[in-house]
Write a protein that binds this ligand. Sequence first.
Ligand code: KG4
Ligand code: ZN
Length: 343
Amino acid sequence: MYSSSQHSETSAKPSIVLGIESSCDETAAAILIDGKLKSNVVATQEIHTTYGGVVPELASRAHQEAIAPVVLEALQQAGIQQHELSAIAVTAGPGLLGSLLVGASFAKGYASALGIPLIAVNHMQAHVLAQFLSEPAPNFPFLCLTVSGGHTQLVWVKSALDMEVLGQTEDDAVGEAFDKGAKLLGLPYPGGPFIDKLAAIGNAHAFQFPITRMPGLSFSFSGVKTALLYFLQKHDPAWIHEHMADIAASYQYTLIQTLLIKVREAVSQTGATELALAGGVAANKGLQAAMKEVAHELGCNLYIPPLAYCTDNAAMIAMAGHFLHQAGINHGLALQVNPNMKF
Ligand code: KG4
Ligand code: ZN
């Protein structure tokens, strides 16, 4: 005789979720088996570097070319046959309309052919749930600062399916502020990592840029970028070149301080003891160090997932899909993309 636990272990079918991400300039697919990551394939569109920003029409076309090979690669790397899939999770927004449609159309066709559930995932919620792709993961409730090229949000995460945006940017995202500042300094796109590298060898207090103080937990980053523009207009190219590292360090310092003021406020409002960082800007060394200091000062545990899970990826989409699938959610073929999707 088998005990009931042995019975359920041997007979329970694993939950195998395929995640698909195509909201911006990464075509990505990942496989998660019972919440454990088995493959994570990302094809980054290089074409946009020529233009200094993402060109929506080119992004859609590149997604169309990459999506089938990327999904196949994810299945192969995980050693999974398509008929073994339990569900497909796809980014439904926010993002570029054309890009979202490529992923969603592919996912609809695939889910319908396989006769399995199709789950719409909110890209920003998925960034938060990327915390569960690595160990240690934060305990609920936690406060997540999501910082990317498109978004800057403070999210209060009560559970995987219950989160609330406490504050967000009213204009540019912090990643955008990094990239626009880098462009003004003549650095390649995306410029965030270049500012980060220069800042490491510069003096963050050499120059002062204004911190825009917004009401509540909102952010604004367009003013500091304009301040940098005016600052650079006052100096000649040779002087700028000579002081590049100090300018980058001072600019980065201002962006980080703008974030930290609100993190402190959010911790005090929520009483959070668990703090997490998500999104591509989480790669910034200066931000990581500053967040560690703040977490230590406030007595919070800090979680920063490996970079591959912070930048746009499909593992986080599969993870969000896994939680939604466990909750019995199936959007089916009625799934609709929404470029401005809110939480
Ligand atoms: O999350 P992500 O890969 O894509 C979006 O959803 O936007 O984030 C990309 C953003 C870009 O703005 C890029 O410049 C920024 O993250 N970024 C950085 C660093 N690495 C990436 N910003 C500052 N420092 C970095 N080390
Ligand atoms: Zn993103």
